[in-house]
Ligand binder design. Structure first.
Ligand SMILES: [Zn+2]
Length: 296
């Protein structure tokens, strides 16, 4: 989205919030989908974002219930969501140190499970080479470089990932933060999808059941990768195609809506109001056809 479009979108978000439209839309959306789950995706959570992220968690606590991996599994198997409010899956892409340092504590304070999707090679890269890794593999670090601690290290360590794995969900985000471009040979896709799972399981000592596609832009989904994700033994795959996850949904196309931790509540409300889902309907159909998904 261009900068002009983004500014326009946030101006609209503020207006809809002030006029009471987006709070109403969110309430209607959550009532309509009370037996469903919403997944959101975010990236960096440096100390500079702590206050906005905490306000978001307060907001999420009022409108959603936590969703663990067991909750998602049960929902997928039965199509039933018995908690009083819709489920919320908060996902963090890219294995950033700030997710461990800042987000983890706040999530636990507010009773939410974090779903952390890690590119394994990023965690194994020496700290001095991590800024270059981010640049080469398009990892967004937010204000990280302004935090003195973050200057030393951008990725979480394997020890930190092991600590997270005890209470939270860890999933694969490929080895090299690899966008699954149609031009990539199958062997490369296989390595990204299979090896990342094996490495995570060896390092963390827990089964890895969740995969998350990298990038999410059009052109970063492909049918060979979709087949390999199933073959590798993952049970769930997340995409970035904004919509609620409804009963009977395909576990290999779990929609996520982008909500960054430095956004104010009017922006969060706008993202969750159903309007963004509407704008994503064409992309959902495209991704569903590319990944062989049965729902869009
Ligand atoms: Zn990513």
């Amino acid at each position: 989205m261009s900068q002009g479009h983004t500014q326009l979108k946030w101006r609209l978000a503020r207006m809809l919030n002030l006029t009471g439209v987006s709070p109403l839309l969110v309430a209607a959306e959550n009532w309509r989908h009370r037996g469903s789950i919403r997944a959101i995706n975010c990236h960096a959570t440096p100390a500079a974002y702590r206050d906005t992220f905490e306000r978001q968690l307060e907001y999420f606590q009022q409108h959603y219930c936590d969703c663990t991996l067991d909750d998602l599994t049960a929902f997928m198997n039965t199509g039933r969501w018995d908690k009083p409010k819709p489920g919320l899956i908060i996902t963090f892409d890219d294995g950033l140190a700030s997710n461990y340092r800042v987000a983890r504590y706040l999530l636990e304070q507010y009773g939410f499970t974090g779903w952390f999707f890690l590119p394994t090679q990023f965690l194994s890269t020496p700290p001095s080479e991590q800024p270059e890794f981010c640049e080469d593999h398009i990892i967004y670090v937010g204000h990280e470089l302004r935090d003195p601690e973050a200057r030393e290290r951008l990725a979480m360590t394997w020890d930190e990932a092991r600590t997270l794995a005890r209470k939270h969900v860890i999933g694969s985000h490929t080895r090299w933060h690899c966008r699954m471009l149609p031009s990539l040979p199958e062997e490369r896709l296989r390595d990204e999808i299979f090896s990342s799972r094996r490495i995570l399981e060896e390092q963390l000592g827990v089964p890895i059941r969740v995969y998350c596609w990298v990038g999410g832009e059009a052109g970063t989904y492909n049918p060979t990768a979709a087949r390999l994700i199933r073959e590798a033994g993952y049970e769930f795959a997340f995409v970035t195609t904004s919509a609620p996850i409804l009963p009977g949904h395909d576990p290999y196309q779990l929609h996520r809506t982008n909500v960054e931790p430095n956004w104010e509540i009017d922006q969060v409300r706008f993202q969750l109001s159903g309007l963004v889902d509407f704008l994503h309907r064409k992309k959902r159909r495209e991704v569903a056809s590319l990944t062989g998904s049965r729902s869009s």
